[in-house]
Design a protein around this ligand. Structure first.
Ligand SMILES: [Fe+2]
Ligand SMILES: [Fe+2]
Length: 369
């Protein structure tokens, strides 16, 4: 049932959602949520069939109903991830290792809510009744009842190792998505991305620094960290979508969503493999960062690695296939025995629970937020 007739109604619904998922940190009450639209470098469409024409200032300027539908769909998916991530992170407050980490968590969650707010503002101000329906639904699905739109956003974030691995890898996927949308022909969508990207970079930094600080403290065995990498990275690869995706193809042709490196990549475009192209660039970035973290690991501990792109995938041409973290193929039977050994185990969680009791598992960070 549609309960929202304007953005003010949606705001009431939003505070209801906050309450429903149990957010009561005092810091959330002080934050003033608002939609922010940034300044684009120019107002011409950058790629696709409409290249060189003026960007579409409102949904009414979009020349084709199919393009309007595709634009709305992109916004819905983006908005869904924002609220989902807050739901996933909602239980970490009491176990924060320090005031700094607590405030980082508050900031990340607040900004994710603002991103969801931003997407809802676009839906409601641009897309009429169907936009209002979708903006309402963004607050009705729940990560913990498994009905968020994308797999990674229904996984559970149980502890602070999850949180740092998540912000390092899942938020980094977010940076890729936002960047690709920042070149959009639909002007308010592209404009939305600029402030969001600034905020997102803090989330990635929180993840990367968090993992570095954990390794520096030397209390959590890297074998356990590796199993958390194995949990979050394949599902992050999945977030880039299917191989040979026709919706990615059309989003490009219509100028709605560019390549991650659109402004440097040149005119030659492999439109059949857009998702895979972004996925590869993303994996390369993850590999580089992981190599830097590895430099902090003492000799006797195993290094961390980014799993092979084929390991434990649920989407794309490797979905349901049997590959190890290193990319070797197994039989179905071998794989069934193998998989539980490379994902976080009950013993890992038990070990982490006792490690987390001491606050020395992560080196302190004195920086002010
Ligand atoms: Fe976000
Ligand atoms: Fe984020």
């Amino acid at each position: 049932m549609l309960r929202i007739s304007n953005f003010d109604d949606w705001i009431d619904y939003f505070y209801g959602w906050q309450k429903d998922i149990g957010l009561d940190a005092p810091e959330f009450r002080e934050y003033k949520f608002e939609a922010k639209y940034g300044q684009l470098p120019h107002n011409e469409i950058e790629f696709g069939d409409y290249k060189g024409q003026l960007r579409w200032k409102t949904v009414m300027h979009i020349p084709d109903q199919r393009i309007r539908d595709a634009a709305m769909n992109l916004i819905v998916y983006q908005g869904d991830t924002e609220f989902a991530s807050v739901e996933q992170q909602r239980n970490l407050f009491e176990t924060a290792p320090s005031r700094y980490d607590y405030l980082s968590l508050v900031r990340v969650m607040t900004e994710e809510m603002r991103h969801g707010w931003q997407m809802s503002h676009l839906l409601i101000t641009q897309f009429g009744r169907s936009g209002r329906i979708e903006a309402q639904k963004l607050l009705e699905r729940r990560a913990y009842t498994d009905d968020r739109l994308l797999g990674a956003f229904n996984e559970s974030v149980e502890n602070w190792l999850d949180f740092y691995t998540y912000t390092q890898f899942v938020d980094r996927d977010g940076k890729f998505q936002l960047t690709m949308l920042s070149y959009s022909a639909f002007e308010p969508l592209a404009q939305s991305m600029l402030p969001m990207l600034k905020e997102e970079s803090f989330h990635l930094g929180t993840g990367n620094n968090g993992l570095r600080r954990i390794v520096q403290a030397g209390k959590i065995p890297t074998a356990i960290m590796q199993r958390y990498f194995n949990k979050w990275l394949p599902t992050s690869f999945d977030l880039f979508g299917t191989d040979h995706s026709s919706s990615a193809h059309w989003a490009y042709v219509w100028g709605l969503k560019g390549r991650y490196n659109e402004r440097e990549a040149g005119p030659e475009v492999d439109k059949e493999n857009l998702n895979d192209h972004a996925r590869q660039l993303y994996r390369e970035e993850c590999v580089k960062l992981t190599e830097l973290i590895n430099k902090l690991i003492p000799e006797e501990q195993p290094r961390l690695r980014v799993p092979d792109i084929r390991f434990n995938r649920q989407i794309g041409r490797y979905a349901g296939q049997y590959y190890t973290v290193e990319g070797e193929q197994l039989t179905a039977q071998e794989y069934a025995a193998y998989l539980p050994t490379v994902l976080p185990t009950a013993e890992d969680k038990e070990a982490l629970r006792s490690i987390f009791k001491e606050k020395d598992w992560i080196v302190p960070k004195k920086e002010e937020l």
